[in-house]
Each structure stands twice: as structure tokens, then as C-alpha cells.
Design a protein around this ligand. Structure first.
Ligand code: SF4
Ligand code: SF4
Length: 143
């Protein structure tokens, strides 16, 4: 799967192009999967990367075609089935969701970082899917 990923240089170039387009056209797009602000080569964006990881904040979730409730679209973990159970209750009583709120999936490299609360160590679920370990560093560091 990683062979399909952008190289780090390409990722930074792409963000710079989008940032310039935002400036020119006065738009503020939402980058759905936040990129860790400590990644080499990123600048202080005026429009992009303002949001951190939303998992566990109670503001969004994902539902798969079978009714499986997930913390977000990247997550491989099904919290329960929305057709059989109340999704709000599934979400609010989930130990897995609580793990995001309590920053229990923090990679070692992020311990003590001042941006951890918002960034959560980058995309935890991308690390979970690609490396099979929710506490692995964000895959963007391997590009
Ligand atoms: S929390 Fe981790 S990934 Fe995010 S900025 Fe800090 S060190 Fe980088
Ligand atoms: S785990 Fe990744 S995809 Fe899921 S909400 Fe956080 S940043 Fe977005």
C-alpha cells in the first residue's frame, strides 16, 4: 500500500499548492486526516492543517455498509452495530473511544510533545491499519 503513497516531498508540494489556491480564492478546506505538524518541510499554514484528529471527540464517526459503527472512516475497529443497538450508547460507552479521549494510543515518539492533545500523534488509525499497531508512529513519517 505504501508504494501508492505520495513521497514526503510530493506531499509538502501538494500542501503548498493547495495553500496558495486557498489564498488566491479565499477558501478554507478541511483536511480530513491531519498531518503531524512536526513533519519536516511543513510551514506555518494559514489555511490548512488547522484541525487535529477528531477521533473520540464525539463530533463525528463512521458507519460501514453493514451498520458497523467506527470511530472514524480509517478505523478497522467496529464498536457495534447501529441497526441492532443505539449508536449513541455504543459510542459513549466504548472503551476503545475512551482510549482516544485519554490519549492512550500515543506513540513513544510523541510522549511529552506540547501538541499531543490536538495532534494525538498523527493518524492513529492509519498506523493501526498499515502497521497493525495503533501506537505505531503515523505512516507519514515513513514516506
Ligand atoms: S504529537 Fe507526535 S506527531 Fe504530533 S506534533 Fe507532536 S511529536 Fe509530532
Ligand atoms: S484516527 Fe486518523 S482518520 Fe481517524 S479521526 Fe483521527 S486523524 Fe482522522
Amino acid at each position: 500500500m505504501q508504494s501508492l503513497s505520495l513521497k514526503k516531498k510530493e506531499l509538502v508540494e501538494m500542501l503548498n499548492i493547495v495553500e496558495e489556491a486557498c489564498e488566491e480564492y479565499g477558501i478554507s478546506p478541511f483536511v480530513g486526516t491531519p498531518i503531524p505538524p512536526c513533519l519536516d518541510g511543513l510551514r506555518d499554514y494559514k489555511f490548512l492543517l488547522k484541525e487535529g484528529c477528531m477521533a473520540g471527540k464525539g463530533l463525528h464517526c463512521a458507519i460501514d455498509p453493514s451498520g458497523g459503527l467506527k470511530v472514524c472512516n480509517h478505523s478497522p475497529t467496529v464498536l457495534g452495530n447501529c441497526i441492532e443497538s443505539d449508536p449513541k450508547e455504543l459510542y459513549e460507552t466504548s472503551e476503545y473511544v475512551r482510549g482516544f479521549k485519554e490519549l492512550r494510543y500515543t506513540p513513544k515518539m510523541c510522549e511529552g510533545c506540547s501538541k499531543l492533545e490536538k495532534c494525538k500523534g498523527g493518524c492513529r488509525e492509519a498506523a493501526h491499519v498499515l502497521f497493525g499497531d495503533i501506537k505505531a508512529p503515523d505512516p507519514v513519517f515513513c514516506l
